[in-house]
Design a protein around this ligand. Structure first.
Ligand code: CP
Length: 312
């Protein structure tokens, strides 16, 4: 990771990854894919990963655990840390992390508060990997998203990416914007209901990096020359005020068979999942529907990341 000191190699933000490091990680993930199909000697025998999840998860927790097991390591886990760890008795996150850091060689943390992963890293004796901190970031999702674009399209520059849905609360898009902005020639179209538009600082970051950014409410028009349609769900659990019109507002931004007819032949549709209606299941059989392949890439990318964090 890009840090000068000799302390633990925490993974807190997508900002830590430059194209050189990303290239190294993705080459390693390519090799990890081969390891999954043809297992060889274990890479991390005797190492223990703790997953400390204060919010629900299917993909992130299980793919991290699968990754560690496939590397020959072991896993200790609290999948509902809010209720079934000593947090319920009032223990602070910092104290929990100090303790778990004595039981494991790294901690994968998901927490509802933005900045929680950085707080944990400040006191942890072992590497902390941010598996989502509130509305903040989800850097390992962005890594597997970028890996998927590379695998599906063969390049990471000069892309037209259409980001759709809840761009205010969807932490995966915040981390992905950061990674995309490291490559030249990007064009990003933001298609979101008014209530959940991309934060201005993220738009500014893209523009400062040289990307052309357009906000659009006409999704059908926007996708006509897209390389990637990145759909997201409304993060109802993070809405700060009631949104009674959410259903009709969001329906305008669905991925449907009609939209797929407008999408170029070589484009892909991605989604960090879970989906809750914003992609019509009728689209699933289309070869351009890459979201299940994307979720599958979570294992080799997280294997590569764990090997990097724990072995250097
Ligand atoms: N994409 C993602 O973070 O999914 P989970 O919430 O299931 O981990």
């Amino acid at each position: 990771m890009s840090q000068a000191d000799a302390g633990p190699h925490h993974v807190i933000s997508a900002r830590q990854f430059d194209p050189e490091l990303l290239d190294r990680l993705f080459r390693s993930a390519d090799l990890m894919r081969e390891r999954i199909t043809s297992p060889t000697e274990p890479l991390l025998p005797g190492r223990v990963m703790a997953t400390l999840f204060y919010e629900p998860s299917t993909r992130t927790r299980l793919s991290f655990e699968s990754a560690m097991l496939r590397l020959g390591g072991q896993v200790v886990s609290t999948e509902n840390a809010r209720d079934f760890s000593s947090a319920i008795k009032g223990e602070t996150l910092e104290d929990t992390v100090r303790i778990v850091g004595g039981y494991a060689d790294c901690i994968v943390l998901r927490h509802p508060e933005e900045g929680a992963a950085a707080r944990a890293a400040a006191v942890s004796p072992v590497p902390v990997i941010n598996a989502g901190d509130g509305r903040g970031e989800h850097p390992t999702q962005a890594l597997l998203d970028l890996y998927t674009i590379r695998a599906e399209l063969g390049r990471l520059d000069h892309l037209h990416v259409v980001m759709v849905g809840d761009l205010a609360n969807g932490r995966t898009v915040h981390s992905l914007v950061d990674l995309l902005s490291r490559y030249p020639g990007q064009r990003v179209t933001l298609a979101a209901p008014d209530r959940v538009r991309m934060p201005p600082e993220a738009v500014e970051q893209l523009r400062e990096a040289g990307a052309v950014v357009v906000e659009s409410v006409d999704l059908l028009e926007a996708v006509r020359d897209a390389d990637v349609v990145y759909q997201t769900r409304v993060q109802t659990e993070r809405l700060q005020e009631p949104w009674p019109e959410a259903g009709s507002d969001v329906r305008r931004f669905r991925v449907t068979p009609e939209l797929m007819r407008a999408l170029p032949r070589k484009a892909v549709v991605m989604h960090p999942l879970p989906r809750v209606g914003e992609i019509d299941p009728a689209v699933d059989a289309d070869p351009r529907a890459a979201y299940f392949r994307q979720a599958g890439n979570g294992v080799p990318v997280r294997m590569a990341l764990l090997a990097m964090v724990l072995e250097g």
